[in-house]
Design a protein around this ligand. Structure first.
Ligand SMILES: Cc1cc2nc3c(=O)[nH]c(=O)nc-3n(C[C@H](O)[C@H](O)[C@H](O)COP(=O)(O)O)c2cc1C
Length: 172
């Protein structure tokens, strides 16, 4: 798929078919995230891929807005180090992770795979389910699978603020 088509195909998918994602496709998607840029190339992230049904179900209870992830083929937990008393480092880590999450989602779209982001509110539960070390937390969950409603394809008229409202030239 062309890059522009992958960008305009990506959308929040919350219902998935039962079809699993072939290993090579899943690996390609994860590699998209792994290859993302990061501040000073620190690559602060780790990815925990959850495909086991019981594990997905337990993890999906981190908050009600994540319940849909139980129905995904796989859920990727994007994990960051806990940073105490360093706002700049913490902000940079989250910025880096956002880029990795988007790159993961766009590569998924390129592969015809739907993705859905979910926040992770209950960190105690997430740590327990994923057996994370104490110095790590789940920054975001990305559900992956084949969409139930319609195939991943370029979309027009995305629900976004208008170009001329968002873009400023030379000054605000
Ligand atoms: C940081 C972040 C957290 C999100 N958390 C959730 C979530 O917990 N549950 C959910 O259903 N959608 C979540 N979303 C999806 C957004 O609601 C969705 O991306 C937005 O409405 C735009 O829709 P689109 O992705 O289809 O363009 C999240 C998105 C982002 C960027």
């Amino acid at each position: 798929m062309e890059t522009w088509d992958a960008i305009t195909s990506r959308r929040q998918v919350r219902s998935f078919t039962d079809q699993s994602i072939p290993d090579a496709v899943l690996r390609r998607i994860l590699d998209g995230a792994r290859l993302s840029p990061s501040g000073s190339n620190r690559q602060p992230w780790d990815f925990v891929v959850v495909s086991d049904g019981e594990q997905k179900k337990r993890l999906s209870a981190v908050w009600k807005g994540a319940a849909f992830t139980a129905g995904a083929a796989s859920v990727v937990a994007l994990v960051l180090p806990v940073v105490e008393d360093d706002d700049a480092r913490s902000l940079m880590n989250r910025f880096d992770l956002g880029q990795a999450a988007l790159q993961l989602s766009v590569v998924a779209a390129d592969q015809g795979v739907g993705s859905g982001l979910a926040a992770c509110r209950d960190q105690v539960l997430a740590r327990d389910v994923l057996a994370l070390p104490d110095d790590r937390f789940v920054a975001i969950l990305v559900a992956l699978g084949y969409p139930q409603d319609r195939a991943i394809a370029p979309m027009k008229n995305l629900d976004r603020r208008p170009f001329d409202e968002v873009v400023h030239y030379d000054r605000w």
